[in-house]
Design a protein around this ligand. Structure first.
Ligand code: NDP
Length: 318
C-alpha cells in the first residue's frame, strides 16, 4: 500500500480506502464482508468508511463493522482509520436528518454504540443542509472534535462555494476541515470544476467515492448483460436503464485501452484518479475479497503515461 498526506494535515490515508455503503448490511453475508475487510487490512488498506445510514437496514453496516472489529481487529485500533457520517435521513421526526446540532450529536453517539468504539477518526457532515445555518453544523462538528468523539472533521457532497464557506467557519473555530468526500470517476468529473482548487488552496484533502461508477468501470457489464446479484440487478442505486448502448461503447473503448497497457478496466479507473495528487484516496466498494484484490492490484502497475492519459481523454470526450 502507498499512503498520501491528507491535504496539509498530519494524517496519511491509503491510496485505496474501502467503503461499506453496500455489501455489509444486515441482509448480506457476514463472512463475506469480514473476509473483504480482513483482506483489505492485511494489504495495508487502513481506512474504512461508513455512515449512519449504510445497510440495509440503516445502521446495520456499522453493526457489521463493529462485529468485525470485535472479532478480529480491535487490537489494531491504532492502525485503523474509521470514518462515519450523518446528514441523510436516519430516523423519523425532525431530529434524524440534515444538519442540526441535535441530529449530529445524537447520530454520532448512536454510530459509536453500533461500532463499539469510543471515537471515530473522521466524522463527516454527509450533505449540505439548505435550511440550517452552516455555522450551527460546523460548530457541532468542531465541538464533536473537541470532545474527542472524532479526531478530525470532514464534509461531503458540498459544492465548491459551500466547501469554501464550511472550511472558513471551521477554521474560525480552530478545527481544520481535514477532507472532502466527493463523487468522482472517469464518468463524473465535477470536482475538476472548482472544488479541487478550493481544497488545494485551503489544505484539505479529497477522497473520491464511487470511483468505479458503482461497477460500470469494471468488466461487470461490458457485454451489456446484467449479472445476477450485481448492483445493477438490484435496481436501487444503480439502474440497469443507465447502461445504454452509448455508455457500453465508451466502457469497451476504455477496456481496450486498459488491456493495451496490460491492466484491467477497474485498475485503469483507479490509476486515472490517482494521477492527480490532490486526490488523497480512492474510496472503492467491493462485494467480495476477489474484487478487492483486483482493485488493489491497480497500485502495482506503473503510473499512466502522458500518452495513455491522452488516449483516455479522447475516449471520455466521445
Ligand atoms: P465503486 O464505484 O467502487 O463501486 C463498487 C461496486 O462495484 C462493488 O460493490 C461491486 O458491485 C463493483 N465492483 C467493484 N470492484 C469490482 C471488480 N473488480 N470487478 C467487478 N465489479 C466490481 O464504489 P461505491 O459506489 O460502492 O462507493 C464506495 C464507497 O464510497 C461507499 O462504500 C461509501 O463509503 C462511499 N460513498 C459515499 C457517498 C457520499 O455521499 N459521501 C455516496 C456513495 C458512496 P457488485 O455488487 O456488482 O459486485
Amino acid at each position: 500500500m502507498k499512503y498520501r498526506r491528507c491535504g496539509k494535515s498530519g494524517l496519511h490515508l491509503p491510496e485505496i480506502s474501502l467503503g461499506l455503503w453496500h455489501n455489509f448490511g444486515g441482509v448480506d453475508k457476514y463472512e463475506t464482508g469480514r473476509e473483504t475487510v480482513l483482506s483489505a487490512f492485511d494489504a495495508g488498506l487502513t481506512h474504512f468508511d461508513l455512515a449512519n445510514n449504510y445497510g440495509p437496514p440503516p445502521g446495520s453496516a456499522e453493526i457489521t463493522f463493529g462485529r468485525i472489529l470485535k472479532d478480529n481487529l480491535l487490537s489494531y485500533r491504532d492502525e485503523i482509520i474509521v470514518s462515519t457520517k450523518a446528514g441523510y435521513t436516519m430516523w423519523p421526526g425532525p431530529y434524524g436528518d440534515w444538519g442540526s446540532r441535535k441530529y449530529l450529536f445524537a447520530s454520532l453517539d448512536a454510530s459509536l454504540k453500533r461500532m463499539g468504539l469510543d471515537y471515530v477518526d473522521i466524522f463527516y457532515h454527509h450533505r449540505p443542509d439548505p435550511e440550517t445555518p452552516i455555522e450551527e453544523t460546523m460548530t457541532a462538528l468542531a465541538d464533536i472534535v473537541r470532545q474527542g468523539k472524532a479526531l478530525y472533521a470532514g464534509i461531503s457532497n458540498y459544492n465548491a462555494e459551500q466547501s469554501a464557506q464550511a472550511i472558513s467557519v471551521l477554521r474560525s473555530l480552530g478545527v481544520p476541515c481535514l477532507i472532502h468526500q466527493a463523487k468522482y470517476s472517469m464518468l463524473n468529473r465535477w470536482t475538476e470544476e472548482g472544488l479541487l482548487d478550493v481544497l488545494e488552496k485551503e489544505g484539505s484533502g479529497c477522497i473520491c467515492f464511487s470511483p468505479l461508477a458503482q461497477g460500470l468501470l469494471t468488466d461487470r457489464y461490458l457485454n451489456g448483460v446484467i449479472p445476477e446479484g450485481s448492483r445493477a440487478s438490484k435496481g436501487a442505486s444503480l439502474k440497469s436503464s443507465s447502461i445504454t448502448p452509448e455508455l457500453l461503447k465508451k466502457l469497451n473503448a476504455l477496456n481496450d485501452a486498459a488491456k493495451e497497457g496490460g491492466r484491467t478496466l477497474a485498475s485503469l479507473a483507479i490509476q486515472w484518479i490517482l494521477r492527480d495528487k490532490r486526490n488523497t484516496s480512492v474510496l472503492i466498494g467491493a462485494s467480495s475479497s476477489v474484487q478487492l484484490k483486483e482493485n488493489l492490484s491497480a497500485l502495482s502497475y506503473a503510473p499512466l503515461s502522458a500518452e495513455e492519459l491522452e488516449k483516455i481523454e479522447k475516449i471520455l470526450q466521445i
